[in-house]
Design a protein around this ligand. Structure first.
Ligand SMILES: Nc1ncnc2c1ncn2[C@@H]1O[C@H](COP(=O)(O)OP(=O)(O)O)[C@@H](O)[C@H]1O
Ligand SMILES: [Mg+2]
Length: 333
């Protein structure tokens, strides 16, 4: 549980918020970011979802992939990352890389089919998104005290972080073989100065090295429990709980630190007593079972609870009510 005066996100600088669809990830991510601004922090809220909801949450147009200041909240910026745009940019970038690689290797074949395969495979979207996440971590990391990622695709993110280690090894190997090829080329060459000059400027090596550094730095940050936390949102319901249990196992298997769990949409017994139909009272009983299950399965990780409000969470005042609950509301279990 979070103490007064402490940030809800345990001092983490990079926060990922995951959970099943519709449980309140966007609401909780925004509340966590907003909470930090109330303590004087500079915060970036980044939505990585195919369908964005920060725009409707704040009633402000945030689309277009640019970082925008949230009106009326000092220190809060937001960005909705547009997957189509980043896939297009990433494709251009990768095409350039591959062309350069083939040109340098002096392979007398048409590189286009290779480029097509490399940029249309199913993992390409994920890689493009992860590339943007790395940029946000490494660049925005310098300008903000906290970056909150609202992400539906936790499984993808985690898998890519896990894969980044493998990818790093692969890149290291690529750099090595590129260097070997250069040496070979040099030893066969009659015009050694010219080749040496070209080797110094080899764009492929420079590119491989910078990519390798980017992966290494990102992985160091994401697996550092002092800097990064993966937070999960569940409701007192069966499926959302099993999703979070599965995510926690997955994240821990990749040595990625779990920051905590937030429980959303709790119906309070006091509210149920004013419902003559008995519907809410029955709901409260049902939820009690699931709240007990949450306490048993991940009790040490639960950071806060939020009640189910009579209407959707929109705007700054509604977010303040969410923060208030996260800090002080506890259901009777
Ligand atoms: N505690 C709550 N009380 C009432 N409505 C909520 C609460 N939490 C979330 N909502 C509403 O539920 C819907 C889904 O929430 P959202 O944060 O967009 O979920 P997710 O990002 O996990 O898909 C939104 O319309 C949101 O306003
Ligand atoms: Mg969402």
């Amino acid at each position: 549980m979070v103490k007064d005066g402490e940030p809800l996100v345990g001092g983490h600088k990079f926060v990922f918020v995951g959970g099943k669809g519709g449980v309140g990830k966007t609401v909780i991510a925004a509340a966590l970011g907003f909470d930090a601004t109330l303590q004087g922090k500079k915060v970036l809220l980044a939505s990585l979802n195919p369908v964005h909801s920060l725009t409707s949450l704040f009633g402000q147009n945030l689309s277009g992939g640019r970082l925008v200041s949230i009106e009326g909240v000092k220190g809060l910026d937001a960005v909705e990352v547009e997957i189509e745009d980043i896939v297009r940019d990433y494709k251009t970038k990768m095409t350039g890389r591959l062309r350069e690689f083939f040109r340098w290797a002096e392979v007398p074949i048409n590189p286009d089919p290779f480029i097509e395969v490399a940029t249309t495979n199913p993992a390409f979207h994920e890689s493009a998104m992860f590339d943007r996440v790395m940029d946000l971590i490494l660049e925005a990391g310098g300008n903000y005290d906290l970056v909150v990622f609202d992400t539906a695709a936790v499984a993808n993110a985690v898998r890519l972080i896990g894969l980044s280690k493998l990818y790093g090894l692969w890149l290291a190997r690529m750099i090595q073989s590129r260097r070997e090829a250069q040496q070979y080329r040099l030893s066969l060459s009659f015009r050694k100065e010219k080749v040496q000059e070209e080797i110094k400027k080899d764009p492929v090596i420079a590119d491989l090295i910078s990519l390798h550094e980017k992966f290494t730095k990102t992985r160091e940050i994401i697996t550092n429990p002092k800097l990064t936390g993966f937070y999960f949102v569940t409701t007192p319901e069966s499926l959302p709980i099993s999703v979070v249990v599965r995510f926690i196992k997955m994240v821990e298997a990749f040595n990625i630190p779990v920051g905590g769990v937030f429980v959303n949409n709790v119906i309070d017994a006091a509210d149920a007593s004013s419902d003559p139909s008995g519907y809410l009272a029955a709901k409260v009983e049902e939820q009690r079972r699931y709240l007990t299950m949450i306490a048993e399965q991940m009790g040490d990780k639960v950071m806060g609870y939020v009640r189910s409000f009579p209407s959707e969470v929109r705007g700054v005042d509604a977010l303040k009510a969410v923060i208030e609950d996260l800090r002080s509301y506890r259901p009777a279990i």
